[in-house]
Design a binder for this molecule. Structure first.
Ligand code: ZN
Length: 509
């Protein structure tokens, strides 16, 4: 049962609450700087109730104001912000409580009327993190915490989120350690303050904290630091053997060799080895959230399936974060996304995740070949739904309900742009090699398309025509027809190239 000190005060003040607030129009985001800096303090110490306690201060001007809870989340490609888990919202200005009104149509928008004498509003609320998997992803256990900042922030409508500055801080359970791609400006005991950053970067920089923690350097002495921040249910699971470390270090070298750039100024893998914290693989520009089984390192031979996870999420720093489909990029987290290019964003990432896992020796080449054979078999024989639903239409799936279980997945089709996307790109690779006498391949496309700027994490958007133009630059062909046939066609079977990707990188270019 929730008991908050402020409840009695709130009840008293409510006798005087004005109820005249109206649902204003929600202003569209503009590319202008939001005046002032939001401050956001999150207390993560209530492990018993798993409540994330939030205090936020927003600089404002008098008049109508709409605050938004993030709905359309990068990486999930859909309207998945857990607004149903926001609780206890109290808004005040100069110590007086302000009534708020949830927009009658948009459940993620809260309207308030800022009084004439106020220059800030203070927010207090909780993110009631799930206690059971039925309630959502479990992100707080007695040993591990995962903080996605989009769950603990309300922000003013009317501005690009890249133009809103936020200064955040957290209070951690006593003695816990953490990993994040955010810059730390101070730490005293369990209170950590981060450097002010844009709301975009904050939301793109989650934090994993744990009672049991280990930090592993994947690129010692490099000018772009790369770490794996490991948290685990049990400290004995943190052990990583030299050959495992060597393979993950090789993953970085292989990724840099493929793309020719570092798509970040630092990179932090956040990795939880757990059976209590909910599974995730979620990309960010300078970090990623990953979950493996507790025995990922200590029972290595049992854990080959899924070992391509870190390679997949790392690849997204180039494919998805740096190069972003133009219709997927949005000005703030409450503008609807369009997912038409997920067969590039996810399909080619899935492809490189498999290939880079083999190139780095995290998998023997044979395992990677078996993974591809398994995909080919599944999609050649077991997708009768292709007759009514083409690959292109499956890119709408994150908006239709994501990976939620379906009664007839082979007939209804689901997120097929991942693995049928792998087959499509394998087909492109094969065609490039046919056209060029084996001198060029999908490696050349990846380097040209994704590796455009070193040590930068800016976003550069692209369209279908840009994909076609880069393929034509690698080797001229009617790529538009080639791709549209595979995206818009109805069968009878998946695109199956009779070839195998380059599991070994060419030594010369
Ligand atoms: Zn992905």
């Amino acid at each position: 049962m929730l008991h908050l000190k402020s409840l009695s005060t709130v009840a008293l003040l409510c006798l005087y609450c004005a109820t005249t607030i109206n649902a204003a129009e929600i202003p569209a985001p503009q590319d202008i700087r939001y005046p002032g800096t939001l401050t956001l303090s999150v207390d993560l110490t209530d492990l018993d109730r798993r409540l994330f306690m939030v205090r936020e201060s927003v600089p404002v001007k008098p008049g109508p104001l709409t605050l938004l809870y993030p709905q359309w989340l990068p990486g999930t490609h859909g309207p998945n912000g857990p607004v149903n888990l926001l609780a206890g919202l109290i808004i005040t200005a100069r110590g007086r409580r302000l009534p708020w009104l949830r927009d009658p149509v948009n459940m993620y928008a809260f309207h308030i009327d800022v009084p004439a004498d106020a220059d800030r509003v203070e927010l207090e609320f909780q993110f009631a993190s799930p206690q059971t998997a039925e309630q959502g992803r479990i992100v707080a256990t007695p040993e591990i915490l995962g903080l996605q900042w989009n769950t603990v922030v309300l922000y003013p409508a009317g501005y690009y989120t890249s133009r809103i500055s936020v200064k955040a801080d957290v209070k951690l359970p006593a003695g816990w350690q953490f990993g994040t791609a955010l810059d730390v400006v101070s730490r005293s005991a369990d209170h950590v303050e981060f450097a002010p950053t844009s709301l975009d970067t904050l939301v793109d920089s989650p934090l994993f904290a744990g009672r049991h923690y280990k930090r592993v350097d994947l690129d010692p002495a490099a000018d772009v630091p790369v770490y794996v921040n490991i948290v685990a249910d049990n400290p004995s699971k943190l052990e990583i053997k030299p050959e495992q470390l060597a393979a993950y270090r090789k993953l970085m070298k292989e990724a840099y060799a493929l793309y020719g750039t570092r798509s970040f100024d630092r990179y932090d893998f956040l990795l939880a080895l757990t059976e209590n914290f909910s599974g995730i693989g979620l990309e960010h520009h300078r970090s990623s959230e990953n979950v493996h089984r507790p025995g990922h390192f200590t029972e290595w031979d049992k854990n080959a399936p899924g070992r391509d996870l870190l390679a997949h999420e790392l690849t997204h720093s180039w494919n998805g974060k740096h190069r972003r489909p133009a219709d997927l990029w949005t000005a703030n987290f409450n503008v609807p996304m369009q997912d038409s290019l997920l067969w590039v964003y996810e399909g080619q990432t899935q492809y490189w995740g498999i290939v880079l896992t083999a190139r780095s020796a995290l998998w023997p080449q044979q395992v990677a070949q078996e993974v591809l054979a398994n995909i080919a078999a599944a999609y050649e024989r077991n997708r009768p739904g292709r007759v009514w639903r083409n690959l292109q239409d499956t890119t709408n799936q994150p908006i239709l309900g994501g990976r939620r279980a379906l009664p007839f997945p082979s007939w209804q089709r689901t997120v097929d742009y991942y693995n049928e996307g792998v087959l499509l790109w394998l087909d492109v690779d094969t065609k490039l090699r046919e056209l060029t006498g084996n001198r060029r391949s999908l490696d050349d496309f990846a380097r040209a398309f994704f590796g455009t700027k070193d040590k930068s994490y800016e976003v550069v958007t692209y369209t279908f025509d840009d994909v076609v133009a880069t393929l034509n630059a690698v080797s001229p062909h009617d790529w538009k027809a080639f791709l549209r046939e595979r995206l818009d066609g109805h069968g009878p079977a998946a695109p199956l190239a009779r070839n195998s990707p380059r599991f070994k990188r060419r030594s010369t270019r």
